[in-house]
Design a protein around this ligand. Structure first.
Ligand code: MF3
Ligand code: CO
Length: 257
C-alpha cells in the first residue's frame, strides 16, 4: 500500500513527474507519419537520462522498452519496434522515470496527423475521464468514489471502459497498492489521505471492453480490434483536492496531448 509522502519525498516526485511530462511533450511533438515507435523509444531514453532521470520501464519485469507505445487497437504495453506510424493512427505513449529513488508515471494519446472524428472523440473522452477522476480526489475520499467518477464520465461519453487494467499507488515503487479501478460503485474502498501518491489511468475503446493479451506477452489489444485510448497522471492527494505531479512547470504544459 502506498503511504503518505513527506514534503521532501513529494519534491522528488515532482522532479520525476516533471521529467516524465517534458519527455511526453517532446515525444508528442515528434509523432508524425513515417516515425517508428522505436524512434520514440530511443529519443525517450536519451531525453530522460539527459534530464538526470532513470527510465523506470526499461527492465521492469523484463520489459524491453523505455516507453510503451500502443497504436490504434493496442490499449497498453505496446512494445516499441519497427512499426511505422501512419496518418490517421492514434498512439498512446506511456513514460516512467525515477528521480532520486522516486517515481513518476504518465501517459497520453495523440493522433498522427489528421484523425477521424470518432478517434478524436475517443481521445477527448478518455482525457475527460482522467480529469473527472482527479477532480473527485481529496483527503478522506473513498477510492470507490474516485473509480465511480471515472466511470460516470466515460459513460456520459457513451464509450466502453477497459475493466481489467487500472491505476495504482506509486512512490518508491512504480506499482504500489491500491489497485484503482476505472469503474465501480461509489461509497466503498479505502480512504485516500493527504500525501498519498497515486496514478489514475483510464482506458476507453470505441467498441467493446474485452481485451486480449498478444503473443509478445505484454501488449494488450481490444478483442474486437476497435480503437483504444489511454491517459494517465501521477497525482498527490491534498486536503481539498489533488496536485498533478506529472506536470512541466516551466511551460505549464501537462500530459494532455
Ligand atoms: N504506466 C504503466 C502502468 O502503470 C507501466 C508500464 S509497465 C512496463 O501500467 F512494464 F512497461 F513498465
Ligand atoms: Co501507471
Amino acid at each position: 500500500m502506498t503511504s503518505r509522502r513527506l514534503p521532501h519525498e513529494l519534491e522528488k516526485m515532482r522532479r520525476a513527474g516533471r521529467i516524465v511530462a517534458q519527455t511526453l511533450r517532446h515525444l508528442s511533438q515528434m509523432v508524425a507519419p513515417g516515425v517508428t515507435t522505436l524512434d520514440l523509444d530511443k529519443e525517450a531514453e536519451s531525453f530522460i537520462r539527459a534530464a538526470g532521470g532513470v527510465p523506470s520501464f526499461l527492465g521492469y519485469r523484463g520489459y524491453p522498452g523505455t516507453v510503451c507505445a500502443s497504436v490504434n487497437d493496442e490499449i497498453v504495453h505496446g512494445i516499441p519496434g519497427q512499426r511505422v506510424l501512419a496518418e490517421g493512427d492514434i498512439i498512446s505513449i506511456d513514460v516512467g522515470a525515477i528521480w532520486e529513488g522516486y517515481q513518476g508515471d504518465a501517459a497520453l494519446t495523440v493522433g498522427v496527423g489528421c484523425v477521424s472524428g470518432a478517434a478524436q472523440r475517443l481521445m477527448d473522452a478518455t482525457r475527460s475521464a482522467l480529469y473527472a477522476g482527479i477532480a473527485a480526489v481529496h483527503d478522506g475520499v473513498r477510492l470507490g468514489d474516485v473509480s465511480h467518477a471515472i466511470e460516470q464520465s466515460a459513460r456520459a461519453s457513451g464509450l466502453e471502459i477497459v475493466r481489467e487494467y487500472g491505476g495504482h499507488g506509486i512512490g518508491r515503487e512504480m506499482h504500489e497498492g491500491p489497485h484503482i479501478l476505472n469503474w465501480g460503485p461509489p461509497g466503498g474502498g479505502i480512504k485516500l489521505r493527504q500525501g498519498m501518491t497515486i496514478c489514475l489511468e483510464p482506458m476507453l475503446t470505441l467498441g467493446g471492453f474485452e481485451t486480449r493479451l498478444t503473443g509478445n506477452r505484454w501488449t494488450v489489444v481490444t478483442a474486437d480490434g476497435s480503437l483504444a485510448a489511454h491517459f494517465e497522471h501521477t497525482i498527490a492527494v491534498t486536503m481539498d483536492g489533488a496536485e498533478i505531479l506529472t506536470l512541466d512547470d516551466e511551460t505549464g504544459w501537462e500530459a494532455m496531448g
